[in-house]
Design a binder for this molecule. Sequence first.
Ligand SMILES: O=P(O)(O)O[C@@H]1[C@@H](OP(=O)(O)O)[C@H](OP(=O)(O)O)[C@H](O)[C@H](OP(=O)(O)O)[C@H]1OP(=O)(O)O
Ligand SMILES: Nc1ncnc2c1ncn2[C@@H]1O[C@H](COP(=O)(O)OP(=O)(O)OP(=O)(O)O)[C@@H](O)[C@H]1O
Length: 318
Amino acid sequence: MEIIGKGNANILIRFPNENDDKNDEYLYRFCIRPFQSLESYNSYTMTNHEFIKRELVPLLGEEYVCSLELVSLPICDDLKRILGPYCKSFITKNMIPASDSIMGLKVLNLKPSRLSMDILQEDHQLKVYVDATGDKIVLEVKPKWLYNPDTLGFCRNCVHNSFKKRENIKYCMASMVKARTHHQVNIMDLFHENTVKCLPEIFIDDLNNYFQNDDNVLKRLYYLQRNLSDKTVSIEKINSDDDVTTGLMILMILRDVTVFISWDKQDGDTDGNHISSHIIDLDLKPRSKWKHWQETERLLSKQSNNNNNNNCILHSNV
Ligand SMILES: O=P(O)(O)O[C@@H]1[C@@H](OP(=O)(O)O)[C@H](OP(=O)(O)O)[C@H](O)[C@H](OP(=O)(O)O)[C@H]1OP(=O)(O)O
Ligand SMILES: Nc1ncnc2c1ncn2[C@@H]1O[C@H](COP(=O)(O)OP(=O)(O)OP(=O)(O)O)[C@@H](O)[C@H]1O
């Protein structure tokens, strides 16, 4: 058993020799937020799975969501070793009877280990992976707030990066979805010079076409964020957990997803499209996070007032 990825709230595990369906590999995703008991852990995982299926899959479209299957697994020694440090209140040497099972999500591995991919470029919002042949390239993107409400008055993405001292990010992810009439999307903004040297021209062309197209995964997220942001209660109006509506919850989830954009030279559909996209990280957020959201918006607004430029890296670069 090996750990493939870990974030704030989840851990991704690969089971040895797991090779279910032809060449596809699967991973197991377990929550690592603190829970008091195995019952509450399992109940959260079921509720979360149900919420994603009910609210998010229909909104985003099945084709864009990474497949998620609810599974119940016996807590073997390997799982105890990996999950134990995060589940201290109920996974200890003596507390788990052999018959108890823990619930997780079985997900498609979007970066299959058999491809042994190298990382060409890496920052907080973008990772670029390539396999040894150069025929498969995967972009792991954290687009964040693609839609800026007019009332905001600054580029939320760029101010947020500046606030988090991410000086190495020289692109604006929100600019990747601007309407063509106002701004020609330039995917080359995303890549370092050295990365471009390693990327095949045909990949650049395909990616360019994908981003110019009106139905790409980032545009889908942009329109959903725009629609929800116009309709739901705004963050500054929240006073208690109960004020956090399902609409606001979904909006905050869509502002924090990760997207895998995969290009496969050998594998295209009938229209010659070699790019497929999958969204991960659609989990419920604790309603109590509204205080953190409010404070973040207050700090970003303050930061934007202190800046001299118009707060978007695209404009401050010219
Ligand atoms: O608070 P933010 O805006 O910095 O966003 C948090 C993210 O920081 P980032 O934007 O990537 O720098 C943060 O990402 P990192 O763990 O820092 O990579 C989480 O995604 C967090 O969500 P959750 O608590 O895991 O559900 C995110 O919290 P939410 O605000 O989306 O609930
Ligand atoms: N289906 C997948 N295929 C391949 N790698 C994955 C997959 N899902 C997640 N990962 C890897 O694991 C890492 C952590 O996963 P994930 O984003 O789900 O954790 P998280 O705790 O929810 O994140 P956050 O800290 O943003 O809340 C990802 O950044 C990614 O590199």
